[in-house]
Ligand binder design. Structure first.
Ligand code: ADP
Length: 391
């Protein structure tokens, strides 16, 4: 008999909004901590505490209104939350599982120390009078160009990730960032980007969704092809990575794992999201158990659901803003919904901005090849964007 009936969620964006549908089906109430009344999940929450997600006093209040606290983003103040956990507040996952992941440099170190494959990386000294150099060294870069510079915290959707072609570009970018802590890593000329959603229960049970191919443009996810066409050995490697990682973290809940596949068939971990993830949105329509339901099942100590696909294949396309507007794009949404087997999800954001995730569409496919899936994505995108570009 589980006693977790009210779940607090830190964050009220589209991930919390999509969790709300699953919560209703499971008979679980959501209480949300989010700053704005217009945030997508607010209208569906039993109660909302209007506060920034890193406001730990607000989280203390949240804790009085729920049985366990989950996260929809990682822009939290972990140190300030620790006393709450010590007083008995149940965070799922536990704060210890989040601690190595919130900072991209710490995350890379954690993965490397676990023996998982990651790109070569180094933390850089902040920009200062002495110039730029590897921490503790005389200023030589251990990473050759092109390289990738990443802001260590608070990056998302490619904000804070810069592809750097040479030393001058590096120094200019660092100067623009001021004193923000960064890491530099090797540029991986990947053949494809992949992702997997993995869930773990408090009893250590695991459920893995099919590995998918994600396609990014300007560092932002544009579309996801499900499942990825892969050599079984590669799939096996990815599943082993997911097991090692979630067991080592003693994770509870759903985690998104982003990966690079190199032209020689090597798998490298790019990034871990300790929560539901954009690469798993297809599960709402294409899987027996959505990632949102799965997350709540793990958080509430319910048995994990079946992560298998209920169709042969699927394609998910993000609907990104391409202008500043208050338009609700109803005509376009209706056009997208008319395509066979399409499922349109509209997050109800009151304002559109270039690059902002406004919704997504998933089309279920009958044994389609990759080129057919790609053609469906192109049809969806030409309805949504026309000839416009996102940024
Ligand atoms: P965010 O946290 O903002 O999503 P990521 O670190 O996942 O940032 O990077 C976003 C995208 O940038 C990746 O999906 C990939 O396309 C590109 N990218 C990131 N790191 C590298 C790398 N080391 N080599 C090549 N491309 C990279």
């Amino acid at each position: 008999m589980n006693n977790i009936k009210r779940v607090g969620v830190i964050g009220g964006g589209q991930l919390a909004w999509m969790m709300a549908g699953a919560a209703k089906a499971l008979g679980v109430e959501l209480v949300i901590q989010t700053p704005h009344a217009t945030d997508p999940a607010v209208a569906f929450a039993a109660f909302t505490i209007f506060a920034p997600v890193d406001d730990s006093a607000a989280t203390a209040e949240l804790a009085t209104r729920c049985d366990a606290i989950a996260f929809e983003n990682e822009f939290i103040n972990l140190v300030a939350l620790m006393p709450l956990q010590e007083q008995g507040v149940l965070f799922r996952p536990r704060l210890e599982a989040l601690a190595p992941l919130l900072d991209k440099y710490d995350q890379r170190c954690y993965l490397r120390d676990l023996g998982l494959p990651v790109p070569k990386f180094v933390a850089l000294e902040e920009w200062g009078s002495g110039g730029v150099g590897e921490r503790g060294s005389g200023g030589e870069y251990p990473i050759s160009f092109p390289a990738v510079l990443k802001v260590r915290r608070h990056g998302y959707d490619g904000q804070g990730t810069f592809i750097i072609k040479d030393r001058e570009a590096l120094e200019a970018t660092l100067q623009g960032l001021g004193h923000t802590p960064v890491l530099l890593e090797e540029f991986i000329p990947f053949e494809r980007e992949l992702a997997v959603i993995a869930a773990r229960s408090s009893a250590g049970e695991m459920a893995l969704y099919p590995v998918v191919e994600t396609q990014q443009e300007e560092q932002v996810c544009r579309r996801v092809l499900v499942p990825a066409e892969l050599d079984p050995a590669v799939t096996g490697q990815i599943e082993a990575i997911a097991h090692t990682l979630l067991n080592s973290l003693q994770a509870v809940g759903v985690f998104g794992i982003e990966l690079f596949l190199t032209p020689t068939g090597k798998v490298l971990v790019n990034e871990i999201a300790p929560r539901t993830h954009n690469s798993g949105h297809f599960t709402l329509d294409a899987s027996y158990t959505s990632q949102f339901e799965q997350h709540l099942r793990a958080v509430c100590d319910l048995p994990l659901g079946n992560p298998a696909l209920k169709c042969d294949a699927a394609v998910m396309v993000n609907l990104l803003g391409y202008e500043y507007s208050h338009n609700d794009y109803l005509a376009k949404r209706q056009q997208l919904a008319q395509l066979p087997n399409s499922h349109v999800h509209w997050y109800g954001k009151s304002e559109s901005r270039p690059g902002r995730k406004l919704g997504h569409v998933t089309v279920l496919l009958d044994g389609a090849t990759k080129s057919e899936a790609q053609a469906v994505a192109q049809t969806l995108e030409s309805i949504w964007y026309g000839s416009r570009s996102v940024r």
